[in-house]
Design a protein around this ligand. Structure first.
Ligand code: AHR
Length: 306
């Protein structure tokens, strides 16, 4: 491997790093942009990337990681579909002396030595920013504000954390009430289905908090089909800020977006090189991100990369 060959043996210093990357799937615009970022950055960094798509199934990701261990890759990176259930396979990688880098999503393993670092967003903060915007928006409200929440994939770090951050923030205004909450699995079709059911069962919905843009975009379809105006009759807050989401925000169909950056590729390649060179890397690398109002989305759209 690279780690074994760089050093006194000589002659092998130019050997390419081999990275096995176990991606969650292709569930959202965010994920597509993330995959592109990882693939392009690997090329630029001269990293030989082995890529697999788990179609949002943990067992597929575990299989992919085991296959990378068998192939003796230099480093494994992955975005865990859910938080729990990784200890056994991570221990196998550790025993094979293959370093692991968590990308985008966290695991809940108590043993932090099972991975070298975790690169990605602060999902609790994202949920908090969404909630804080709503608190400010509704400060003059005299009636209860009925919120429905379309959660991300059940058991995933972003779904758990965004829920937590949002709930925490909206406590500041007792008028804000989450009246229904269900998973849309981070997909557009999931968001649409969940919203259809919400609309059927709740005649008086004021706000949708969707855990990603795709779910919000699905919700827009359901709201329009029910004869209501998204962004006006029902306010919508989402997370990600991919082009389709920003376009809907700019058009007034979404009211606020909290950014979650998928552009993790360059930092991932840098971290992998450092880890394999034996350098110390921070335990946690947090992605920098912002928020968008309608006006800010209109300004940002022409140069938005994804
Ligand atoms: O883990 C990041 C989340 O996963 C993004 O917010 C969502 O769009 C994606 O599917």
């Amino acid at each position: 491997t690279q780690a074994a060959s760089s050093g006194s043996s000589g002659g092998n210093a130019d050997k390419k790093i081999v990275m096995g990357f176990a991606q969650v799937g292709a569930e959202s615009g965010w994920r597509t942009a993330n995959t592109k970022s990882v693939q392009e950055s690997a090329k630029t960094a001269g990293v030989d990337l082995k890529f697999s798509d788990a179609q949002q199934k943990q067992e597929n990701q575990i299989k992919a990681i085991r296959s990378y261990i068998q192939q003796k890759v230099d480093v494994i990176a992955f975005s865990p579909v859910v938080e729990s259930g990784w200890d056994t396979v991570l221990k196998e990688a550790k025993d094979a002396k293959i370093p692991v880098i968590l990308t985008d999503r966290a695991v809940d393993s108590a043993d932090k030595s099972l991975y070298k670092t975790f690169l990605g967003s602060d999902f609790v903060l994202e949920g908090k920013k969404a909630g804080e915007w709503l608190v400010a928006e509704t400060k003059a409200a005299t009636d209860t504000v009925n919120i429905v929440e379309i959660q991300g994939t059940t058991g995933s770090a972003p779904a758990n954390d965004r829920k937590e951050g949002f709930q925490d923030a909206i406590k500041a205004n007792p008028k804000l009430k989450i009246i229904a909450s269900q998973s849309g699995d981070f997909t557009r079709s999931g968001g649409k289905q969940v919203m259809e059911a919400f609309l059927k069962n709740n005649p008086d919905i004021d706000v949708v908090f969707a855990h990603n843009d795709d779910e919000g975009l699905g919700a827009i379809e359901a709201i329009e089909a029910a004869g209501k105006v998204p962004g006006k009759d029902i306010k919508i807050i989402t997370i990600d800020a991919v082009k389709d989401g920003m376009t809907a925000l700019s058009a007034g169909k979404i009211n606020y977006i909290v950014e979650c950056s998928p552009l993790l590729g360059t930092q991932l390649m840098d971290l992998a090189k450092k880890v394999l060179a034996g350098e110390t890397v921070p335990e946690r690398v947090v992605t920098e991100e912002t928020t968008f109002t309608q006006e800010q989305a209109t300004k940002a759209l022409p140069t938005r990369q994804y």
